[in-house]
Design a protein around this ligand. Structure first.
Ligand code: ZN
Length: 211
């Protein structure tokens, strides 16, 4: 049975949190935690009677973690992040646009790891460029990428902010460009993209062996 993906734009930057569901098994994960997300995704989880297995944070920018402590408390499930995001979640900066409550994530994810949702398995790709600790989840059998702020329709995540790196971004985009055209990328803001529709501007090169 295909994955079901519900989108919850939340917070002042309309950051997308995703509830990713294996309906057949009643299992789910939550991707990213913008401010206010617990009050939005909580009822959807209860209505669907889903068993949430974990919260996965794509990267450490405040708009993706501001609601993390409240969400983790409400769902009482582990939080999984890349090691390079840990510090910002455990000790959020004091000068962010919204107050971010600290949290101590239980799990680390990095290149080569997998995340399961019921009977589905996502590969973890480490795709720095927008953020050094940026990860995405890729399910090749479904052709789905939960992509955070790497790829958007018509563009990529910002590379003019602290921690960003255009060279790394180009390498990360080249890895996405190696995925099949029909792959759907669910980004951290706005509507999904497909690799086929974006291929025209995506960098190519030594991206790696995703295919
Ligand atoms: Zn970001």
């Amino acid at each position: 049975m295909p994955l079901k993906i519900e989108t919850f734009p939340a917070g002042s930057l309309e950051t997308n949190a995703y509830l990713v569901i294996d309906d057949a098994m009643g299992a789910a994960i939550v991707i990213d935690a913008p401010e206010g997300i617990a009050a939005m995704v909580g009822p959807a989880i209860r209505d669907g009677d889903y068993r949430v297995e974990r919260i996965v944070v794509t990267h450490g920018h405040w708009a993706h973690i501001a609601g993390l402590a409240a969400l983790a408390r409400e769902l009482a499930v582990p939080v999984a992040i890349h090691p390079l995001v840990l510090d910002r979640v455990e000790r959020p900066a004091a000068d962010l646009p919204v107050a971010v409550e600290p949290w101590s994530p239980e799990e680390r994810l990095d290149e080569g790891d997998t995340v399961t949702v019921g009977g589905h398995t996502f590969a973890v790709l480490h795709l720095p460029g927008h953020d050094p600790g940026h990860i995405v989840l890729h399910d090749p059998s479904e052709g789905v990428v939960l992509g955070g702020d790497v790829l958007f329709p018509g563009g990529h995540g910002r590379t003019d902010i602290p921690g960003s790196d255009q060279v790394a971004m180009d390498r990360s985009l080249a890895r996405l460009a190696a995925l099949p055209d029909a792959t759907v990328v669910y980004p951290g803001h706005g509507a999904p993209a497909t690799i086929g529709a974006e291929r025209g501007w995506l960098p190519t090169g030594s991206g790696g062996a995703e295919r």
